[in-house]
Design a protein around this ligand. Structure first.
Ligand code: BGP
Length: 484
């Protein structure tokens, strides 16, 4: 029997995307290559093991510029949103979305990062997209940087470890806010600021030669500090405008102790501090928390700060929290069985089912997380990503019977509604994603999340046409009835 869920009347239901995963048109109108557009598609032998895609050499990246090896670089093509945005926005509207989260490609606005003048052609594209959203009555949330740093910034400045990048980023962010504040109410300076640090580490050479690796996390706290400062500058600048708000975006890692062995419970508590709460603490409480100071000392990590940094952090906490939530995992003192997670392996939970990519499905973990974040910070919460990636094919009726997605969304919506009843201030939700896109982590089209199917395969072969899945109609009905 259908169950009616309760949500506040003005709850912001919507969908999220990212420039590098949808736009395509990688070399159009002056755009430079982003670091993500240099990662080739690799056939996966095992979907639960993405390690092959995490071992690129610097030479591989350089070769990609002229595509010397004739490989396919999926994020250069996306789903051609650059040319089909009107059709897509109309479909979002039809599905009942009230807010559209998207990102701007930095390389369309400042291709090298250090130009004096912004690229008008790039701005024109986004102005058209925002106008279209407005015409369709969609609110917009913009991620200023969703992982896709222009390659010239990595090559010429070494990326975020260089403090000069703060100024380049801030100049770019200011241009966006000046140009688009009348269209965009919600701004997120960085996507998943905790993962962005891993991604910049990905492109750092290690001492033994030219291998790049995700294991270099220690060195990237400096990059992170620069991103924190860049973010606070955006928060500070946005205060000039009455109609806009700036929030943070964290890849939420909900973890449980593997069992009730106190050793594991303590381990989980400790890991949760540095792996998760640290990021929120800095951006909301406005200072490096006590446990991080000790962690940096113990691990011999030195963060170079400039005078004024601490004050900037203190004075400019974000106004709301957003986070992505896909899964939960377990923590134990002695690592047990692992499964694949978002860019890293995670502890398996025997009580949870997982997708083909090993992501463990846990709707109650979302309620747990919402309660935890509200209790600790008491600032409004927004779920900026949540969804399920699956292998899918169009059937002979040109649709996909994605009952598993309906089930996934319904179970998460139910827990959100319960969290609101618990007293949590949750004001919106953007699913990942209303339309199939190129996967961030595995670079495939095959990992589909959308309510809308896009006819491209992993090599961008296909018509690119859009088809409504069963979940599209389910979601549309949910928008009218609140019934699951
Ligand atoms: C988040 C990213 C998104 C997105 C999502 C799903 O980390 O912010 O860009 O793609 O994860 O990940 P994937 O595409 O690897 O399945």
């Amino acid at each position: 029997m259908a169950k009616k869920l309760e949500f506040p009347k003005n709850f912001l239901w919507g969908g999220a995307t990212a420039a590098s995963q949808i736009e395509g048109a990688y070399d159009v109108d002056g755009k430079s290559l982003s670091i993500l557009e240099m990662i080739p598609f690799m056939e996966l032998k095992d979907r639960k093991d993405l390690s092959a895609t995490r071992k690129l050499t610097k030479q591989d990246l350089l070769d990609s510029i002229e595509n010397k090896k004739g490989l396919h670089y999926p994020k250069r093509y996306g789903i051609d949103f650059y040319h089909r945005y009107k059709e897509d926005i109309a479909l979002f509207k039809e599905a009942g979305l009230k807010i559209f989260r998207m990102s701007v490609a930095w390389g369309r606005i400042f291709p090298n990062g250090d130009e004096k003048e912004q690229n008008q052609k790039g701005l024109e594209f986004y102005r058209n997209v925002f106008k279209e959203c407005k015409a369709q009555g969609l609110e917009v949330m913009v991620t200023i940087n969703h992982f896709d740093t222009p390659f010239p910034i990595m090559q010429n400045y070494g990326g975020w470890k260089n403090r000069k990048v703060i100024d380049m980023y801030f100049k770019y962010a200011k241009v966006l806010i000046d140009e688009f504040n009348e269209y965009v109410k919600y701004w997120l300076p960085f996507n998943e600021i905790n993962l962005a640090v891993l991604i910049s580490a990905f492109f750092v050479e290690d001492k033994s030669g030219n291998k790049t690796t995700f294991e270099k996390i220690n060195e990237s706290y400096q990059d992170l500090h620069h991103q924190f400062i860049a973010q606070t500058k955006v928060v500070e600048y946005a205060k000039k405008f009455k109609n806009i708000q700036v929030g943070c975006m964290v890849a939420n890692s909900t973890t449980y102790a593997l069992d009730c062995n106190p050793v594991n419970v303590f381990e989980n508590q400790q890991k949760e501090l540095m792996k998760k709460l640290f990021y929120y603490d800095v951006m909301i409480k406005g200072e490096y928390p006590w446990y991080s100071i000790k962690y940096f000392e113990d691990n011999n990590i030195k963060i170079l700060k400039e005078p004024g940094d601490d004050q900037l952090l203190k004075n400019n906490p974000v106004e709301f929290i957003t986070f992505s939530y896909y899964m939960s995992s377990t923590i134990a003192k002695e690592e047990g069985e692992l499964t694949e997670g978002n860019l890293m392996k995670l502890g398996k939970n025997p009580f949870l089912e997982a997708t083909e990519w090993g992501w463990q499905i846990d709707p109650i973990g979302l309620r747990y997380t919402l309660n935890q974040l509200w209790d600790r910070y008491h600032v409004p919460l927004f779920i900026s990503e949540n969804g399920i990636g699956m292998l899918e094919k169009l059937n002979n009726k040109n649709t996909v019977e994605d009952d598993y997605r309906i089930d996934y969304l319904a179970r998460h919506f139910e827990q959100m509604s319960l969290a609101i009843k618990d007293g949590v201030n949750l004001f919106g939700y953007t699913m990942w994603t209303p339309i199939d896109v190129v996967s961030a982590g595995s670079n495939e089209m095959s990992k589909r999340y959308g309510l809308i199917y896009v006819d491209y395969d992993d090599y961008h072969k296909g018509t690119g046409n859009r088809f409504k899945k069963k979940s599209f109609n389910w979601f549309k009905k949910f928008m009218n009835t609140s019934e699951i």
